[in-house]
Design a protein around this ligand. Sequence first.
Ligand code: RTP
Ligand code: MG
Length: 136
Amino acid sequence: MSQRTLVLLKPDTVRRGLVGEVLGRFEAKGLRIVAMDLRTIDADLADQHYAEHVDKAFYPPLRDFVTSGPLVAMVLEGDEAIEVIRALNGATDGRKAAPGTIRGDLSLSNRENLVHGSDSEESASREIKLWFPDLP
Ligand code: RTP
Ligand code: MG
């Protein structure tokens, strides 16, 4: 079943010059770009995006990180895109993520882990509306 999902190439991806490397993996897999935007977000959008995490101890440094510079937000589409992208991204902690995944190959951090992908159909729908309210 074709799905849409929200993907973020977080500020570490942009700072490290890895946008092409990471986006290339999604494109090579066959996922289609439906919307894409480079932007620096404020704390309000960070809080809404990470609503499930705002009360957790790790959140303040996470908020500082995601607002620290430009990121690339995009909507990708394809068969089972939500699960496929979570698998390509790998486990949250780059030190534990499997080799072959984006985080496993390119990140050594639990916070600066390069990518975000929506974790369910409900999250994807909420996040796409939040980041791209005008997308038909
Ligand atoms: P994301 O939402 O960014 O795609 O990552 P995820 O689903 O793999 O992980 P999630 O549990 O949703 O956590 C969101 C982000 O919070 C940071 N984090 N830090 N214990 C910690 O210090 C901790 N746990 C999570 C990570 O940056 C993670 O991507
Ligand atoms: Mg998550």
